[in-house]
Design a protein around this ligand. Structure first.
Ligand code: HEC
Length: 196
């Protein structure tokens, strides 16, 4: 076979493969929303995913925690991220798909007079809150980090693998009751979910 024929045959074979198995051709398959291995193991332990979520995931939004009365600016900032495909699915269905991971990174702040006014900016990472969508509630029966359609865990300081959470009902759920109707998530703070 001549060189050009070989290339043509190769190209056709590749095109057929891509057509028949489109999933083979997708990039970043390891991070599709259904992949739980980034965030949990077979027992349901939760960790902060070891990925560059600040760069590779979508920032859903940020919360600025006001400083005490006699001080200016924000005493902390919470920045929330999820996988891009979770945003795409949410825009289509209005729901987070199974395997969607929400990471809320806690930052200390620095507040200073800048040319725009008194401004607070993110400084050091203080910890992480993680939620993982698991709609069946059957994946980890009896595990107290899982329930109400999610896995729930908090991580203090720099330890991304050992959670401080022992029981999500006691440690998390109560504070998320105001947003029970949006699947326990404070979606009002996340404009990217609404569209352009
Ligand atoms: C003191 C109340 C409180 C507790 C306790 C709490 N949360 Fe939240 N959580 C909030 C509020 C309010 C927000 C949004 C505003 C903010 O971050 O200040 C939020 C946001 C989040 C977010 C970002 C996604 C969303 O829901 O908007 C995650 C993830 C999260 N919490 C996980 C957890 C987990 C896991 C626990 C338990 C380990 C927990 N939270 C405990 C009040 C709480």
């Amino acid at each position: 076979m001549k060189k050009w024929n070989k290339i043509a045959v190769g190209a056709i074979a590749l095109a057929l493969t891509a057509g028949a198995f489109p999933f083979l051709m997708q990039n970043g398959n390891a991070e599709t929303a259904k992949d739980f291995s980034l965030v949990t193991d077979s027992k349901g332990h939760i960790q902060v995913p070891n990925v560059d979520y600040r760069k590779d995931w979508t920032m859903l939004g940020a919360w600025a925690i006001a400083a005490d009365k006699d001080k200016q600016g924000s005493q902390g900032m919470h920045v929330v991220y999820t996988q891009p495909e979770s945003v795409a699915a949410y825009r289509k269905t209005g729901k987070f798909p199974d395997g969607a991971i929400l990471i809320k990174e806690l930052f200390s702040t620095d507040t200073a007079a800048m040319t725009t006014g008194t401004v607070s900016r993110a400084n050091q990472t203080m910890g992480w809150f993680v939620m993982v969508k698991e709609s069946t509630n059957k994946r980890f029966p009896g595990n107290k980090l899982w329930g109400n359609g999610w896995g729930w865990a908090f991580f203090d300081g720099k330890n991304r693998t050992k959670t401080k959470t022992t029981d999500y009902k006691a440690n998390c759920l109560g504070c998320h009751v105001p947003v029970k109707n949006s699947d326990w998530v404070y979606v009002n703070g996340y404009p990217v979910l609404r569209g352009k």
